[in-house]
Design a protein around this ligand. Structure first.
Ligand code: F6R
Length: 603
C-alpha cells in the first residue's frame, strides 16, 4: 500500500527518495511523486505507473546541498491513479504526502470550498495541505497551523508536510498507519513508512505512536502527543533485515517459495525442545485459565488460521473460532475474558487486523500475535508475540509467510496440548520428529517444478478453477485458489470437497478445472469419491496425490508422507508453483499483481 519517505540533510535528496521508494515498491502502488525544498524553493515531480516513470521525469534534476525532501508511492483509494491524484498534494506554497484515509475529508473539503479554496485532485489527502494553509492565513505560526490541522483529521494517517512558510522543517503526524523517524550521527534525519528504506542510512529510529506529531529540522526532532512535548526515545535500527534481492530467481515470489525450506528451520529453531515447546518470553502462566481461542486475520493469514484451527481443537482440545478481521470488527462480537485472542499478520500493519486486536485488548482479553515483522504496529500492541522469522517477503502474493505461520501455530497447538494434558509425552515426541522434517518437505522438488511448468500451459483458459480438499486441506484449497487468482487474474475458488455436490457441481464441464488435493494420510477415500463425482460430469481434473488416480486428466505425484501436516506442506509448495507458472505464461507481473498491495493499511 502507499509508501512514504522523507529526508533532511546534505545528501543528493532525489536519489535517497527514489531509492527509498524502490524499497517500498513491493507494497503495491500505481503512481509516485516527490518534492524537494531547497534554498526556499520547492520542486516537485509526479508520474503514473511504475517508479521508472518518475526516475525518467527527474533524470535532469539535481538536488545536492542542504535541503528537505518527501516522496510517496500511492495505491489509489479516492480517485483514479492519475498525476493529479498522485502525491505530493500542493497548496499555494506547501506540499503534503499522506498514507491512510481521512474519513471526514468530505466535510472538511466542503468547508474549505465554501471559503473559496480550489481543489485539483479527487483525493482525501488534498484537504490536509489546504487546511494547513488556511490556518496559516488565519495568523497561526506554521507549527501551530499544523497542530490545528491534525486536530481536525479523523481517520488513519502518516503525514509529511513541507512549506515555504517554514522552509527548514518537515512537519509529521501519525495515526493508525506506521511512520518511523530515523537519524544518524552525521546530522541527517529520515522518515519512512517501514524499515527497509532506512537500512544503511539511519542508525537509530523511533516508531511513532498513534496521535504522535511534531516537526524535524537539522539538529532537532520535536515530538508531541495531545499538545504535550514527548521525550524522543530512539532505539537502534535492526539491520538484520537486509533488503531482499532476487538472487538469480525470476521473481521474488519464486525465490520466496524456494526459501521456505530454510526459513522454516528458523521458525522451529529453539522452540521445539526435547520434552517441551519453548516460546521465547512467553511463560506457561500466560496460557493459564484460557478456555477458548479466537484467531483473527485476513487473506492468506486467515487461511493459516483456518488450517490450524483444526489442530487446536483436535490436538489441544480447545474450542477455537476463526474470524475474518474485517467482519469481526463490526459484528459486535461477544468477547469473553477467558478467550485467548490470536491475530495473524505477515506485515503486522493490516488495518482490519490491527483494529480487531485493539477491540480485544480493550475488552481485556489476553492477546498474542503471530507476525513476520518485528516492531510492526500489531507486534507493539499485542501482549505477546511469536515471530514467524520468514525474513522480508517482497512478492505481493504471500508464500513463505503462510507456511511459517502454519508451522508456528502447529507448534503452539502442541504447547497448549502439553499444558492442558491433552497429549502425552509419547505423542509429543512423535510430533517433534515430524516437525523436524518440515524443512526437508518444503524443499522444492525440481522435477515437480518442471512438471508444473509444462502442465501450466493447459490451464490458461476455461471458465474457472475449483481447488478442493477436506479437513486442513480445505483451507489449503482456499489458499491455492487465492494464490492463483491474485497473480493469474483467472477465476478460482477453494471449496470443501464434500460440499461440491450441494451446488457448485452444477458448473462441472470440461472447461471447469478442478485441482484436487488428495493426501493419503487424511480422508483419502472421501475426497476420491467427491472427485469421481466431478469427473463423471466431465470436469477436468488435476489431482495432487501420492496414490495413482486413473481418472485424473493431469496428475502430480507427491511423495506420500504419513503425516497430514507433512502432506500439507508438500502440497502448499505445489499450489504456489502452479499459480506462479500460470501467471508467468500469461505474462503477468508476478511480484506486483494489478490492484493489490503488500500491506493493506486501509479498511
Ligand atoms: C495474499 C496476501 C493477502 C494477505 C492479507 C493479510 O497473498 O498476501 O491476502 O495475507 O492482506 O495481510 P497480513 O498477513 O500482512 O495481515
Amino acid at each position: 500500500m502507499c509508501g512514504i519517505v522523507g529526508y533532511i540533510g546534505e545528501r543528493e535528496k532525489k536519489e535517497f527518495i527514489l531509492n527509498g521508494l524502490k524499497e517500498l515498491e513491493y507494497r503495491g502502488y500505481d503512481s509516485a511523486g516527490l518534492a524537494v525544498l531547497k534554498d526556499g524553493e520547492i520542486t516537485h515531480f509526479k508520474a503514473v505507473g511504475k517508479l521508472e516513470n518518475l526516475v525518467e521525469k527527474t533524470k535532469n534534476f539535481k538536488s545536492e546541498g542542504f535541503g528537505l525532501a518527501i516522496g510517496h508511492t500511492r495505491w489509489a483509494t479516492h480517485g483514479k491513479p492519475t498525476e493529479l491524484n498522485a502525491h505530493p498534494h500542493l497548496g499555494e506554497f506547501s506540499y503534503v504526502i499522506h498514507n491512510g484515509i481521512i474519513e471526514n475529508y468530505q466535510e472538511l473539503k466542503k468547508e474549505l470550498q465554501e471559503k473559496g479554496v480550489n481543489f485539483i485532485s479527487q483525493t482525501d489527502s488534498e484537504v490536509i495541505v489546504h487546511l494547513f494553509e488556511e490556518n496559516l492565513k488565519n495568523g497561526k505560526e506554521p507549527f501551530e497551523a499544523f497542530e490545528e490541522t491534525i486536530k481536525l483529521l479523523k481517520g488513519a494517517y502518516a503525514i509529511l508536510l513541507i512549506t515555504k512558510a517554514d522552509p527548514k522543517k518537515i512537519f509529521f503526524a501519525k495515526n493508525l498507519v506506521p511512520l518511523i523517524v530515523g537519524k544518524n550521527d552525521e546530522d541527517e534525519i529520515f522518515f519512512s513508512s517501514s524499515d527497509a528504506p532506512l537500512i544503511g542510512f539511519a542508525d537509530e529510529v523511533i516508531y511513532l505512536n498513534d496521535k504522535d506529531y511534531g516537526y524535524a529540522q537539522k539538529g532537532e526532532i520535536a515530538l508531541f502527543s495531545e499538545g504535550i512535548k514527548q521525550e524522543t526515545l530512539f532505539k537502534p535500527l535492526n539491520i538484520g533485515k537486509l533488503s531482499a534481492q532476487k538472487d538469480g530467481y525470476r521473481f521474488f515470489m519464486e525465490k520466496e517459495i524456494y526459501e521456505q525450506s530454510a526459513v522454516s528451520s528458523e521458525t522451529i529453531m529453539g522452540r521445539v525442545a526435547k520434552d517441551d515447546i519453548v516460546l521465547e518470553d512467553i511463560e506457561d502462566d500466560f496460557f493459564a485459565d484460557i478456555k477458548e481461542i479466537t484467531i483473527c486475520a485476513c487473506g492468506t493469514s486467515y487461511h493459516a488460521a483456518l488450517a490450524t484451527s483444526y489442530l487446536f481443537e483436535r490436538v489441544s482440545k480447545i474450542k477455537t473460532t476463526v474470524e475474518i478481521a474485517s467482519e469481526f470488527r463490526y459484528k459486535e462480537p461477544l468477547l469473553l475474558k477467558d478467550t485467548l485472542f490470536v491475530v495473524i499478520s505477515q506485515s503486522g500493519e493490516t488495518a482490519d487486523t490491527l483494529q480487531a486486536l485493539k477491540m480485544a485488548k480493550e475488552a481485556g482479553l489476553k492477546t498474542l500475535s503471530i507476525c513476520n515483522v518485528d516492531n510492526s504496529s500489531i507486534v507493539r500492541l499485542s501482549d505477546k508475540t511469536l515471530l514467524t522469522r520468514a525474513g522480508i517477503e517482497k512478492g505481493v502474493a504471500s508464500t513463505k509467510a503462510f507456511t511459517t505461520q502454519v508451522l508456528l501455530l502447529w507448534i503452539l497447538s502442541l504447547k497448549l496440548a502439553l499444558l492442558r494434558g491433552a497429549i502425552d509425552k509419547e505423542y509429543f515426541h512423535k510430533e517433534r520428529k515430524i516437525i523436524s522434517k518440515v524443512p526437508e518437505v518444503l524443499k522444492v522438488d525440481e522435477k515437480i517444478h518442471e512438471k508444473i511448468r509444462r502442465l501450466s500451459k493447459r490451464y490458461l483458459h476455461g471458465h474457472g478453477f475449483f481447488f478442493i480438499g477436506r479437513d486442513i486441506f480445505f483451507p489449503l484449497a482456499l489458499e491455492g485458489a487465492l494464490k492463483l487468482k491474485e497473480i493469474s487474474y483467472l477465476h478460482a475458488e477453494g471449496y470443501p470437497a464434500g460440499e461440491m455436490k450441494h451446488g457448485p457441481i452444477a458448473l462441472a464441464d470440461s472447461e471447469l478445472f478442478t485441482v484436487a488435493l488428495m493426501p493419503k494420510s487424511l480422508l483419502y477415500d472421501k475426497v476420491k469419491s467427491n472427485v469421481e463425482e466431478l469427473s463423471a460430469r466431465d470436469a477436468t481434473i488435476l489431482a495432487l496425490s501420492p496414490l495413482e488416480f486413473e481418472i485424473a486428466d493431469d496428475f502430480i505425484k507427491t511423495k506420500g508422507y504419513d503425516h497430514p501436516m507433512l502432506e500439507f506442506f508438500e502440497m502448499s509448495v505445489i499450489v504456489q508453483l502452479l499459480a506462479l507458472e500460470i501467471s508467468v505464461r500469461l505474462g503477468n507481473d508476478v511480484d506486483m499483481p494489478r490492484n493489490l498491495a503488500k500491506s493493506v493499511t486501509v479498511e
